[in-house]
Ligand binder design. Structure first.
Ligand code: PGA
Length: 250
């Protein structure tokens, strides 16, 4: 009942020629795949990637967004600018934004709210650091991030939101949470969503796992009850690894 959703976060990689070449390879290799697929290139690549993917089943997203529609915000990119170049989705609250650029739950919440009101879909990322995991604080951290990020977001907007659970210690490290560990946190994400909204709404929400997802671990992860998709970093940069991830088998 929840459509699987695989997203590639290209982070700060590739120049235009490389991006267009990978996008056109994905376009033909993934034609006809029934899962939802999205790629999020750097801001400067969105327009050419969106043009390359026009008419395909692959969505284009951004990796961040300003918390404002226009004005004196040096270095920022607004939701209208993203839509103008072909993005329909935005990733918000990625741990690299939280940890390297000091984004708070309150700022992320402003962005979530604005993205939705401007008609963009959102992937809201949550996840604990290694210290938080070792301190037994996983559920508390995820609860705080969800309650903060979704503050004042109405239930009617949830169909435009995907949650990505990304344990920070598993991102770019080659260490993946075991399918069982990840599923346990996904189950508590769903419990928190049930508490914030209601059980019916929580059951409908797509929850992606992110953190060193690779062709050889995606089937195990996607086989779990509460894991509905993946947010893929490093392995989304090569057709050879992203295509088999999108084409996972349950
Ligand atoms: P990774 O990144 O797949 O390279 O671990 C995931 C992410 O940061 O979204």
């Amino acid at each position: 009942m929840r459509t699987p959703y695989i997203a590639g976060n290209w982070k700060m990689h590739m120049v235009k020629s490389e991006a267009v070449s990978l996008a056109s390879e994905l376009k033909s290799a993934l034609a006809g795949v029934e899962h939802r697929v999205m790629i999020a290139p750097a801001f400067t690549l969105i327009e050419s990637v969106a043009a390359t993917l026009a008419g395909s089943n692959i969505l284009v997203g951004a990796q961040n967004m300003a918390p404002a529609v226009s004005g004196a915000h040096t270095g920022e990119v607004s939701p209208g600018m993203l839509k103008d170049v072909g993005a329909t989705v935005v990733i918000l609250g990625h741990s690299e934004r939280r940890n390297s650029y000091g984004e708070s739950d309150q700022l992320i919440n402003e962005k979530v709210s604005l993205a939705l009101s401007e008609g963009l879909e959102v992937i809201l990322c949550v996840g604990e650091t290694l210290e938080e995991r070792e301190a037994g604080a996983v559920d508390a951290v995820v609860r705080t991030q969800l309650a903060g990020g979704l503050n004042a977001i109405p239930e009617s907007a949830l169909s435009s939101i995907t949650i990505a659970y990304e344990p920070v210690w598993a991102i770019g490290t080659g260490r993946t949470a075991t399918p069982e560990d990840a599923d346990a946190v996904h189950a508590s994400v769903r419990t928190v969503l049930g508490d914030l909204y209601n059980d019916g709404a929580a059951q409908k929400m797509v929850i992606q796992y992110g953190g060193s997802v690779k062709p050889d671990n995606v089937d195990g992860l996607m086989g779990m009850k509460n894991i509905d998709g993946a947010l893929v970093g490093g392995a989304s940069l090569k057709a050879d690894s992203f295509i088999p991830i999108v084409r996972f088998q349950r």
